[in-house]
Write a protein of this length. Sequence first.
Lengths: 125, 597
Amino acid sequence: MSDTPVGRDESGRFVKADQDTRPPDIEHDYHPLALRLFGWTRSSRVLVILTGLTLVLLVAVIGLSAGPRQVSDDLRDMTGFYAALGGLSVFFFLVAGFILRALLGRNPDYYGEAETQPDDVEARL
Amino acid sequence: MMSAVSAINPGLILIVLGIVTCFIPVKRVRACLTVGAPLLGLAILMMADRGVALATIPLLNTELTLYYVDSLNFIFGVGFLLTAFLYGTYSLHSHDKAHEGAALIFAGSAIAAVFSGDLMTLFIFWEIGTASAAFLIFKAGTKAAYQAGMRFIGFHVLSGVLFLDGLIYIQKKSDGFSFAEAGLIESFSHPAAAYLFGALAIKAAFPLVHTWLKDVTPKTTTLGGILLPLLTTILAVYALARLFPGFSALIWIGALMAAYSVVFAAVVDDARRILAYGQNALCGLMVCAVGIGTPLAINAAAGLAFMSLIVVGLLSMSIGAVLYSTGTAKLTELGGLWRTMPFTALFAIAGAVGLSGVPLFIGAVSIPMAMSAIAQSMGLIITCAALIGIAGLIYALCLRLPVGLMFGHDSRKRPREAPFNMLLAMGLSALISVLLALPNVIPGFGYDWLYNLLPCTARVSPASCEVTGVPLIGYEPYTLMNVINVLQLILGVLLVSLVLRGFAFRKKRTARIILDTDWFYRKWGYAFAVWTGAVWRKTGPALSAFSNRLSGRIFFRLEETFSPRGALAKVDFNGGAAIWSAVLLGFVMMVVLLSRS
């Protein structure tokens, strides 16, 4: 791991960020169907709307399952058990992911096998 | 004539046509064979009688059953044939006849193994499958593929040797190789059980021996990456359901497999590796269900296997299409591909939705069955481990994969849409995924059709499960509680990942690999081998000279004593030699007598 701070060179001077060398985003390159099907995903609000929608649906589904039921000591019969377990699992995966990446993450060429592009991709045919 | 045709193992047809395909230069003929062979196999399978040995051949003192159909292998066989057909359609653009032939042979060997009526036939077809799978890996043409292929061969040769050892014990016990004789194994105290279990553990990618799966899947060819992980692991699950239903060790192993693999699926960078870990987790759920062993659990295992062949196949096809068009499957290099690949994006979403368990997709008729089977028979820990596995599948395969490939960060890659045949295969998979989940408004259609294929279905006579022998109870997937439980799980996963991914974990990541247990043999094992080699190079000549001198001296002493010119021959009383010979002979006889007793 380099100790050089982000945005500075090795002598400590500030440097300009690398220019974006990727091709420009031109809508004419898009597939004709793409904008109709998925154009809405470009909106900056999509994440907020999706989150709100999911929350409303989740509350509705948990509400449906919260009807009268037999008294049980089993945790699995608790209202919202499956939703809670699903949410906790994702939290666990993300935290475990950070830990795993920190402890066991290595350069892609660690085993000397960075090149994995097979022969049958379009660019090679 | 028809009865003769119906007695041919469908897998054999694929193997023979696969060999033929390798030598046909005309592409259209090859295309007809790769698509037509699985359809022909399906037609033959539909004509087969169940529960009888349809084709046998004598071998030494025993008889091998080449073709046997019952309710357990029927659903796996139909699934494999459908997968082979979809794969055939998907690979129509290919110009590599050796690859097409090898893929057909591989699929054929898996199908033939499923319909084997005894363990020796299963073993033979399994090994044919291993050889053709290795060929598919080597065909990728990279150094990484070569090394992964060699490791794959190492794992599967070890598995084959263990399987053969188990067969020898079974043959010793019962003079045959049939599944009925293998059924005599009731616990791991029998050596045959231990050997067969060890062999299947490698094939099914149990924890610690799972690394071959995540190793070869990202390194094989674009097309091979679809068939190889699916057929290899699901064939092993079938064999476990055949040989070890109700073995309680499988419950814990399966739950561990599911929970362990999804953690890696949630963090690795390569889409094909994510899929390999996801497939491993799904196999864990199937193994857990096989271990539970109730009729519902066996049905759940078979249902999950069928679902996996269709929807995991669909997801791997969409990853294959991206890899084909862009040359990479790394999430850090991809994103925003919906702009030029909208159909592939649509089918990737269909695969993700199908796997997650959303109603009206195939996951909705398989996943609740597995959840019910586990919840009914097991305690909280196993249920939670299985649910974590399902939640991980939803997160890694249904959210992370399609979003990482098709949406999210715009990589500014603008590849062409996948070829028409690839889109057709993906479309057919998505269609099957929907058709098999429709409510059974018309009897025999929708999920009713799939449930009729299940091994322990009440609709098949006799009314008790052929695998477990326990009376059957019908299962209804679209009850309010089933739908609500699955939806809760999906929405819980979706909500937390939207909140955390969207607001807290937004940082763009660099490409990294995550070390797994293969590190031990790829680093330490390799270092030990290098060290041993270096030590031998330095000390080898000296050790060789020492052993040569020692053996020469022993030989010289023996010759000096016992040869015609030796010391014993020179004494006046030659009877000494006779006495010594008698003593030695007596000693040898005593040793033989004692060792035999």
